[in-house]
Design a protein around this ligand. Structure first.
Ligand code: ZN
Length: 231
C-alpha cells in the first residue's frame, strides 16, 4: 500500500452561514477518503445526509451522491469492505443508509450519543441491515490502518492513520476545520523544543499521538488543503 492508494472523494459542499464564521458566509467542501487496502476498499465518511427543512435552509448543501463520488474513483458501493465515519454528524454519515450490511466501524460512545437523539438525523443511523462494529478508543482495524480518538469537535471524534510503504497518511476528518489549524497545533507541540518559553498555546494530547506516526500527509474532511511536514 502506498500513500497514493488513499484517494480523496468529493461528497458535496455547503455554505457555513455568517453566524458561524463571524464574518462572511463560507463555502466548505465535504470530503471522504478511500483507502485501497490490501484487504479491500475502506472508506472514511459517506457524505451529506438529507436533513430537515431548517438544516437545509441553514447550510444550503449541494450533495454528490456517494455512488457517484465513488464512481469517479472507479469504485462501487459493493466494493467497500469497511466504512467508518470521523463522527456521526449528518454531513459525515449521510451515505451510511446505502451501505446495507457493510461493516461500519464506530466508537461506542459516539454511536450511543447519536442514538440518544438531538445529535444527527435518526434515519442516517441504524438503517435496515446495518452492521456496526463498536470499538472503544484506539484500535488497529486492519493491518496498518489505525483508528485514533481525536476528541474536540465532538467527544467521540476519531481519525484514521494509514501506514503505507512510503510513509503514513493521517485522515484527520474534522479534528480540525482547516489544515492551518492543524499546522498551528503541530508548532504548539514543538514550541519548547524550538526555544519558546511560556506563555504558550496548548494542543490536544492526541496531536502527539498522530505525530508519532511521522505522517507525510494530513488531510481533512472540510479543507482540500493538505498538510505536509516542514522537514
Ligand atoms: Zn462536518
Amino acid at each position: 500500500m502506498r500513500i497514493d492508494d488513499v484517494r480523496r472523494i468529493t461528497l458535496g459542499t455547503f455554505v457555513r452561514p455568517a453566524g458561524e464564521t463571524g464574518g462572511e458566509p463560507r463555502l466548505e467542501g465535504v470530503y471522504g477518503y478511500l483507502v485501497r487496502h490490501e484487504h479491500g476498499f475502506v472508506l472514511l465518511d459517506t457524505g451529506i445526509g438529507a436533513g430537515d427543512e431548517e438544516t437545509e435552509a441553514w447550510y444550503r448543501p449541494q450533495r454528490v451522491p456517494l455512488q457517484q463520488a465513488l464512481a469517479v474513483a472507479g469504485v462501487d458501493l459493493a466494493d467497500l469492505m469497511l466504512v467508518t465515519n470521523c463522527h456521526l454528524h449528518f454531513d459525515h454519515c449521510g451515505g451510511n443508509p446505502l451501505l446495507g450490511a457493510t461493516p461500519i466501524l464506530a466508537q461506542r460512545a459516539e454511536l450511543a450519543t447519536a442514538r440518544a437523539g438531538d445529535y444527527t438525523f435518526d434515519h442516517l443511523i441504524d438503517h435496515p441491515g446495518s452492521s456496526y462494529r463498536e470499538i472503544d478508543g484506539e484500535t488497529e482495524a486492519l493491518p496498518g490502518l489505525h483508528v485514533i480518538p481525536t476528541p474536540g469537535h465532538v467527544a467521540g471524534h476519531q481519525s484514521l492513520v494509514v501506514e503505507c510503504d512510503d510513509g503514513s497518511i493521517v485522515l484527520a476528518g474534522q479534528s480540525h476545520d482547516t489544515a492551518s489549524q492543524w499546522s498551528a497545533d503541530v508548532l504548539a507541540v514543538g514550541a519548547r523544543t524550538l526555544g519558546h518559553a511560556d506563555p504558550l498555546p496548548t494542543a490536544p494530547a492526541w496531536v502527539e499521538r498522530l505525530l508519532a506516526f511521522d505522517p507525510r500527509r494530513v488531510v481533512f474532511a472540510h479543507d482540500a488543503a493538505v498538510w505536509v511536514p516542514t522537514g
